[in-house]
Design a protein. Structure first.
Length: 302
C-alpha cells in the first residue's frame, strides 16, 4: 500500500474575542541578505505557511509581509512596519512567523510589540518554538526571546570570526563594481582596467602638480571624463577618497571599519578597537608606492 502522510495541525487560536470564528491570518517572512540562497529561503517560508493556512479550515489568509534585511536593524523592515500598522487597524487576528528571532530586533522590542498586539487581540504563532503568544505566560516568553537574541549574537560573532580569519589570510570581499581602475578577475583578485587606470593616474598627477580636489573636479568635468558610474559630475569627496586609497598602490588594508554593536548593525571607523590587516602586493598597482606616499605627505601638510 502507498504511504500516506497526514499533517496534524497545531491548535492555534486568537484571543477569546476571536474564538470559534474564522481567523484572518497573515504571514511574516524575513531573511537577512539579498542572496540567491536567502531569497530561496524566503520563498520556502512563504510556501510552507501558505500550505499551513490552506490546510486549516478555520483560517483565511489576509496578507503576506516580507522583509530582506537584518532583524536587528531599523532599515529593511518595511514589511514589519506595514504589518504593525495593519494590526492597529484590526485587519487580521493571527500572525504566523518562522521563529521568535525572525520577529523583533531584540528582547525588549519584541516583548513590547507582543504586548501591543495582545491588547489589539492579535496573536502570534512562532513555528520553530511552537509558541502562541496568547497562551504562553510572559516570563517564559522573556526567556525564549532572550535565548533567541543570544543565538543571533552568537551567529553574528561567528560570522565576524570567519571574516577576520579570511582577512588574516589576506582574503577579502571587495566591491569592484564602483571602483574606478579595477574589476574583479576570475581568481577574485583586482584586475586593472587600462582606460580607467589612466584616469586614476591623471588624478594623482594633477594633485602632485598642485591641483586641489575642487580644481581636479573642474578639470575632469571640463574634459568630459566620466565617473565610474558614467556620470559627468564628479564629487570632491570621491576624488579625496581616491587619493587616500591604498589599493591604488597594490595594497589592501582590511577591516577599516567595525561593528561594535550587533543589535544596531552600525559600522564605524576602526580607530584601533579591532585589528586591521595590511596585505602588501595584493594586486597590480595603478600608481607607484612613491607617488602614493608623496600624495599622502602633501595631503597631511594641508
Amino acid at each position: 500500500m502507498q504511504k500516506k502522510i497526514h499533517i496534524i495541525l497545531p491548535r492555534i487560536e486568537g484571543s477569546k474575542k476571536t474564538k470559534n470564528k474564522i481567523l484572518k491570518v497573515v504571514i511574516y517572512c524575513r531573511v537577512s541578505k539579498n542572496t540567491p540562497e536567502q531569497l530561496r529561503s524566503l520563498e520556502i517560508q512563504e510556501i510552507y505557511f501558505e500550505k499551513l493556512v490552506s490546510e486549516n479550515a478555520d483560517w483565511k489568509l489576509y496578507k503576506i509581509y516580507k522583509d530582506v534585511g537584518s532583524g536587528t536593524r531599523r532599515e529593511g523592515r518595511d514589511g514589519y512596519i506595514e504589518m504593525l500598522k495593519d494590526a492597529q487597524k484590526h485587519r487580521f487576528d493571527l500572525i504566523l512567523v518562522k521563529s521568535l528571532s525572525r520577529f523583533g530586533r531584540n528582547t525588549v522590542e519584541t516583548l513590547s510589540t507582543i504586548r501591543r498586539l495582545k491588547k489589539m487581540n492579535v496573536a502570534m504563532f512562532s513555528d520553530v518554538e511552537q509558541i502562541n503568544t496568547m497562551e504562553v505566560n510572559e516570563a517564559l516568553l522573556s526567556i525564549l526571546l532572550a535565548a533567541a537574541q543570544e543565538e543571533s549574537a552568537a551567529k553574528s560573532e561567528n560570522i565576524k570570526f570567519g571574516i577576520r580569519q579570511r582577512m588574516r589570510s589576506g582574503k577579502a570581499v571587495l566591491n569592484h563594481t564602483r571602483f574606478l581602475g579595477y574589476t574583479k578577475g576570475e581568481d577574485g583578485r583586482l584586475v586593472v582596467v587600462p582606460e580607467e587606470a589612466e584616469i586614476v593616474r591623471k588624478i594623482f598627477s594633477l594633485y602632485l602638480a598642485g591641483y586641489g580636489v575642487r580644481k581636479i573636479k573642474r578639470y575632469l568635468e571640463e574634459n568630459d571624463i566620466k565617473t565610474v558610474t558614467g556620470k559627468s559630475e564628479w564629487s570632491t569627496s570621491t576624488i579625496d577618497r581616491m587619493l587616500s586609497n591604498e589599493k591604488y598602490m597594490g595594497n589592501l588594508l582590511l577591516q577599516k571599519t567595525c561593528t561594535p554593536d550587533f543589535l544596531t548593525g552600525k559600522q564605524k571607523k576602526n580607530c584601533g578597537e579591532q585589528s586591521m590587516f595590511l596585505v602588501e602586493n595584493a594586486h597590480e598597482p595603478i600608481v607607484s608606492k612613491e607617488i602614493f606616499e608623496d600624495v599622502q605627505r602633501r595631503k597631511h601638510k594641508m
